[in-house]
Design a protein around this ligand. Sequence first.
Ligand SMILES: [Zn+2]
Length: 609
Amino acid sequence: MLNRLLSAALVVVATYASGRAAEPVRYRLSFPEPQHRWMQVAATFPDLTPQTLELRMSRSSPGRYSLHDFAKNVYDVRVSGKDGRELPATRPDPDGWTVAGHGGAVNVEYKVYGDRVDGTYLGIDTTHAHINMPAALMWAHGLEDRSATLTFEQPPGRTWRVATQLHPGSRPLEFTAGNLQYLMDSPAEFGPIAMRQFTVDSHAFRLSLHHTGSDADLDACVKEVEKIVRQAGAVYGEYPDYEPGQYTFLVDDLPSAGTDGMEHRNSTVITWPSALASGRLELLDTVAHEFFHSWNVERIRPSGLEPFDFDRANLSGELWLAEGFTQYYGPLILHRAGLTDLSSTARSFTTLVDTVVNDAGRHTRSAEDMSRMAPFIDGGRTIDRTNWSNTVVSYYPFGGAIALALDLALRDRTDNGISLDDFMRAMWRTYGKPGGSREGYVDRPYTAADAEATLADVSGDKTFARDFFSRYIQGHDAADYPRLLARAGLAVRKTHPGRAWLGDVLLVTRNGVRVSTLVAPDWPVYATGLEQDDELQEVAGEHVRGESDLNTALGRHKPGDRVPIVFTDRTGRSIRATVTLAEDPHLEVVPVETPTAAQKAFRARWLGK
Ligand SMILES: [Zn+2]
């Protein structure tokens, strides 16, 4: 700790102070051996003051909430000064290189390995270079406001194209960004991409696809994406002004791609293996989610995420709104666009309602607390065990369930006169539309208090807004979903009515039949002391050799029955106990068989059809 503090005190950040604009930071990306999955980066930091330069690799990536330490894939680092002489670089911490005595400019060359095609990392091979900038580019403390130019070199024998939200430069394969925030927020796909364009309300949209399918597949997909773009625009009543003049969907449909979507200001990266062939609906749901983010999170931005910090994890208590509300709108937009039917939309509500009603975590952490767990749960890996299955509900379904409740509550109070769309529009007008005075920044990020004040304003009822926030967002209540959904002719019912249940215990065969899940405090079997790793031997007199034996044993009983259970805990102690079975509490949302005219009318105003 002392070392770190000392070095921070000694290193004065190098900035350029003079009348004229400083030269941009320049990056050149080349791919001499793409088959070995590394990229060569040459970066030049010109116009420096004499102070030591602190070079960094990011620890985080815009849109990810956890740390990823991209320095881990950087190697063969060579640094030289203004006169071209090689200079030593010292390592103040795992993510940095400091360079002294550079004479006013630093050149750094390094290799970076990357073999992951998703919305966060770097993926290089002979078919493309899929580049998320934080995973690839070194930057410098104090030069955050410098513009940057980025030049791609064709790999041997290839003529690839670039798709990105970066601005075109003065030459082919050259691109620019106004500052570090925008540069890091701008992924690039360099490969044999197909590109399609369309225009909605005089806003331009591009879909870049790297895939192995046919042009017909692509053209069909573009038509569906356009429908989504129209419905998302209808929620807000207008589109943002996309800084490069258009919004770009960067889609990788490749066997080697991960399943991911990541939002940016003027683009999104979506990677989905076999999406066009077999996963079209999941792809479109991701398109709807990520595109909705171009308003909600990219411009309607929680204060905790602004500005994005590349040295540490940002913390926001508002991800239930930024992510959760976006999660709710994805399937809603698909439905309104005519791309899904009522039963499929009801299934998306099932996930939200069942999670928020039945997951134990809601009793421990509020939606705001869950949002603050993001730096741990968003792709972060733990070596130690956690009890998150009992104490954490992801802010995606949690926030989605809050959005569903709020949308229906607003509609219920006003006979469909006011809805969540009005709330999103109000947030857009106040916090999103004013934009940023610098590219890549948001000048008016919001707090939870701002969101509550906006709800008070939109609903015209301060008490309603306070009550909703205190119960469902800051508190631990679940909304009355059966009543709210009934207005639209949707029923909330038990998935397995009358089925005897001792908890969602999962088993694995490993040195006997063992419990592979944590046991939640609200499961009937919790009282017996059963826990993860214990060896389950008998339930209700039935010898248990696997989950089917357990289900058979429970199938002979009804809720309220008291049955014996025999297990050995992980210390080897044999335990006999009695468990009082409950009714399986899991819920599903289904359309009622014969909706009334009023229910049909309500549903039409809400879902479109
Ligand atoms: Zn999202």
